[in-house]
Design a protein around this ligand. Structure first.
Ligand SMILES: [Ca+2]
Ligand SMILES: [Ca+2]
Ligand SMILES: [Ca+2]
Ligand SMILES: [Zn+2]
Length: 375
């Protein structure tokens, strides 16, 4: 059975595994004395308020570079933030969350000193229904402070207790960046995403609307130019079927253009942190880009820009980027179709509320860590 304390909103009870300074606070607050924790019991806890980076509880690692934290998410909107102090590039952090019999479906996110997301995990293995998060990450860049934040999964608002073990090993090597090839599949083909096979014919703007008949090549050129502009400076290259020779086997991540959907403009196979999988695929449902969704007929250049921005968004997911709330950011999920016509870029924006309740995503920084920059 699990060793979590029962859920209890009493501040005295929740401090029973308190750090020494919290013990003093508990005395000042009139709580009964707290016994020293037994060896093996958690070394810290989630004393509120700890909902922001400024309020983060300082966690001190023991001689084994380990800390155990017992905490609680009593409201689905709660966040607990911990300050792990300075990290250097190459330091590895492992965060192992156990919710035991608690109903909490937890999610963990690591942030740098600027509140910028560096890694997140909701479920260690969704396929096996293992919903406790697990993180094993090598920090790419020195940061004065590394924050570990835990909250209920925004997709599954739940409450309950958690037990979090943090282990750090210092002084390793920073994983190398890796260039990525994108194969833009425009001559008809198929991709498999989450068990579903999507098969489309050759990309033809006339399939979007009769008003776009005969514009296929000029729109396609603008799609490619838009993707290349969005990733300018990064180690990412675009091959186009029918235009470029495509190597056999996995030539890179395929982005298929075509088809329609009742729910989305595009779909990526996964959000792939730090691009562990260089062969994952996506689709942009180009037949969704009908004039009525924009309130008017677009120029060929506008149509190509819109499709190119959505393709860049799906490629962003395949490289590990999450959704943000900023219509000028390519990873935006809040805007209407008209925002695809803006000069969207990878930038620094608040994480969308469906991703995590606090923090920023710096798309440029994460792409630099993942792809590297062109010489
Ligand atoms: Ca909290
Ligand atoms: Ca989870
Ligand atoms: Ca990938
Ligand atoms: Zn998306």
């Amino acid at each position: 059975m699990d060793s979590h304390p029962p859920e209890d909103s009493s501040p005295c009870r929740s401090w029973r595994y308190a750090l020494p300074w919290l013990f003093l606070l508990s005395l000042l607050a009139g709580c009964p004395p707290v016994l020293e924790p037994d060896p093996g019991t958690p070394s810290g806890n989630a004393g509120e308020p700890n909902d922001t980076f400024d309020q983060a509880i300082v966690v001190t690692l023991d001689a084994n570079q380990t800390a155990r934290i017992a905490g609680s998410i009593p409201l689905a909107s709660d966040v607990d933030v911990y300050n792990l102090g300075e990290f250097l590039a190459g330091d590895r952090i492992i965060v192992d969350v156990n919710t035991g019999a608690s109903r909490l479906d937890a999610m963990v996110a690591l942030f740098d000193g600027g509140g910028r997301l560096i890694y997140e995990n909701d479920d260690r293995n969704n396929d096996l229904n293992q919903l406790d998060p697990f993180v094993n990450h090598v920090v790419r860049e020195d940061t004065m402070v590394l924050y570990v934040a835990i909250a209920a999964s925004p997709l599954n608002p739940t409450t309950g207790t958690y037990d979090m073990t943090i282990t750090v090993s210092r002084g390793g090597a920073v994983p190398p960046t890796r260039p990525q090839t994108i194969v833009l599949d425009v001559d008809g083909g198929s991709v498999v995403i989450a068990g579903d096979t999507y098969t489309v014919g050759p990309f033809d703007t006339g399939d979007i609307s009769p008003r776009y008949q005969g514009l296929t090549q000029v729109v396609l050129d603008q799609i490619v130019a838009t993707i290349e502009e969005n990733f300018a400076g990064f180690n990412l290259s675009v091959l186009v079927t029918g235009r470029d020779p495509i190597p056999d086997g996995c030539a890179g991540s395929t982005v298929l253009l075509g088809g329609t959907s009742s729910t989305a403009y595009g779909l990526a196979q996964q959000i792939d942190p730090y691009n562990q999988d260089p062969c994952d695929d996506a689709i942009v449902y180009t037949e969704m880009f009908q004039p009525f969704r924009f309130g008017r007929t677009l120029t060929a250049r506008e149509l190509g820009t819109a499709i190119g921005n959505v393709a860049s968004h799906e490629i962003g997911h395949l490289l590990g980027l999450n959704h943000v709330a900023n219509v000028h950011d390519l990873m935006d999920t809040t805007g209407t179709a008209s925002s695809f016509l803006l000069d969207q870029d990878f930038t620094t924006s608040p994480l969308d509320e469906t991703i995590f309740p606090i923090g920023l995503q710096d798309g440029i920084m994460l792409l630099m860590f993942t792809l590297g920059v062109t010489p």
